[in-house]
Design a protein around this ligand. Sequence first.
Ligand code: CU
Ligand code: CU
Length: 316
Amino acid sequence: MAAPMLGKLVLDGNADAASRTLQTHVHNHAVDGHAAMIGENAPAVGGPSDLDALLYPPPALPYEPGRVREYNLRAVDRELEIAPGIFFPAWTYNGTVPGPILRATEGDILRVNFTNAGSHPHTIHFHGIHPPRQDGVFEIVKPGDDFTYEFEARPAGFHPYHCHATPLKKHIHKGLYGSLIIDPKEPRPPAQELVMVMNGYDTDGDGGNNFYTVNGRSFYYARYPITVRRSQLVRIYLANLTEFDLINSFHLHADFFHYQPNGTGDYREYTDTVMQCQGQRGVLEIEFANAGVYMFHAHQSEFAELGWMGFFNVTD
Ligand code: CU
Ligand code: CU
């Protein structure tokens, strides 16, 4: 079905026979409010562990001089089901949107072997400090070609990577982005760590998004709430790779968190809502005061209604 109808459906609550799942959702939603749209009432695609590799980062490694961290990224075109019955013809790194979580410790040599198995020229542009010739701007990798990016991982923080071929907004919007955690040499305190990459999908080609998500599928963490323990710090690496909209945001219900922009420096904000422009990112640390089910979502209500919302299930 046409995506605008679905978008309109979710926003306005108009019935439309072509989308039973969302139609059911809208009716429940209108009657019961947000709290009802959890578990099986949430219209999300897939099983409970499908997005684990995009939510749970690989473990941090202690600083060790001279170590090489090597990753293989492959650009592939792939159609992804991003909401029930809604297929998006994505350009991906390694088959997912967002691409895989890369992780290194400050001072590691990061080596990324990039192969372009897609249908268009691509690159990988990393945010961070590195020689300009490793920046993914001048070396356009044609379909069938490859390129190796290699540089020292710095500064410590949380950084996006994305394609920088033109037209840029198309290459980003199609799905060629992901995130890189660079751990400080002096490790952060132990925590339950999560990665959340906010994005959107323009499914009708009009230059505006019809669906919004974290980690690629609308309403996924409403369907499958993220379980964390109250006894241990929760750390979220949050990035915004939403194309077309100027900002996106993260709002936590019923508690506050400390927010460190970029995951660098000493500045911390104590808040329950942060906003990020495209390419911005940061690190949130939450110490939940209570056990229970906590909602989180974009504070732009439209984005929340179109898929960017979920829940934490905080257990004792
Ligand atoms: Cu590209
Ligand atoms: Cu960028």
